[in-house]
Design a protein around this ligand. Structure first.
Ligand code: GTP
Ligand code: MG
Length: 254
């Protein structure tokens, strides 16, 4: 079983890409288990086979502990961690080729708190896994937005300790030349530095440049695949990358 964890900021397109990739894999004669790990979702764009909502009631958590939507999500995931082995058992019994895990959009669960990484390691156990990090085109279209999205991706990869693939989600909302520009930033840090020079000033520029130097030093720049879950473009390339990652072992692409 190969695990793919879909992570990215709120609304970056994780759930729709989960659904699109599921269809793609099934079309390629793979068997797929879809796991919903978002306790607060109402109506995901797929039919989940395994669902965290079977184990924790987000609305009830909100009412009982008098929490707001974000606090209730944090508390719900904390509670659900104790059921990670039950979720894993369900996944294991299905025994399918791919396990697509749609994670909640609240990134602090994964970038800072323990419950996200604990859930990830509880689910996959020793099975091969990759985190699929979505950079939202709405954010990554500006040089500073791109840089901050990459930093968040690094936080997640540090916490997960998994090979990571970066995708530029919702690429259909950008013009072709905007996509090309973002891809050029991902392949050549000097071009990103130039772009930052043109858009930021003073302290912000100094910060951005120091961060860029740090990224260069730890060699974290890397490929970003443009994908549109809506128009189903880039999915074949993504599928190829996933296969390459699973077959080739540890290639952390970030
Ligand atoms: N244009 C365009 N819109 C998209 C694409 N993918 C998702 N969307 C839209 O973006 C919105 C959010 O998509 P979701 O798939 O729910 O995003 P998410 O990351 O799962 O959101 P949360 O779970 O709330 O964090 C929806 O209105 C989708 O229709 C895409 O490839 N292109
Ligand atoms: Mg979602």
């Amino acid at each position: 079983m190969f695990y793919v964890f879909f992570v990215g900021t709120a609304g970056s397109g994780k759930s729709l890409l989960t659904s699109t990739l599921e269809k793609w894999l099934i079309g390629d004669e793979m068997s797929v288990t879809v796991v919903n790990l978002d306790p607060g979702v109402d109506d995901p764009p797929y039919t989940s086979d395994v669902d965290i909502r079977e184990y924790v009631n987000y609305g009830e958590v909100m009412r009982r502990f008098n929490l707001g939507p974000n606090g209730a999500l944090v508390a719900s995931l904390d509670m659900a961690v104790s059921h990670a082995s039950d979720l894993r058992d369900e996944i294991f019994e299905l025994g399918r080729d791919y396990v697509l895990v749609d994670c909640p959009g609240q990134m602090e669960l994964f970038a800072y708190r323990n419950s996200g990484p604990m859930m990830v390691s509880g689910l996959r156990d020793q099975d091969p896994a990759v985190s699929l990090y979505l950079l939202d085109s709405n954010i990554a279209r500006t040089p500073t937005g791109y840089l901050s999205s990459m930093l968040l991706g690094i936080s997640i990869s540090i916490r997960f300790g998994l090979p990571q693939l970066n995708v530029l989600s919702k690429s259909d909302i950008l013009m072709d030349d905007q996509v090309e520009e973002i891809l050029s930033w991902s392949s050549d840090a000097y071009l990103l530095e130039e772009a930052l020079d043109g858009t930021s000033e003073g302290l912000l520029r100094e910060y951005s440049e120091s961060i860029l130097r740090m990224l260069n030093e730890i060699d974290t720049s890397g490929a970003v695949e443009p994908v549109s879950a809506k128009q189903v473009t880039g999915v074949e390339t993504l599928y190829g990358e996933l296969q390459r990652t699973f077959l080739g072992g540890d290639n952390i692409i970030i």
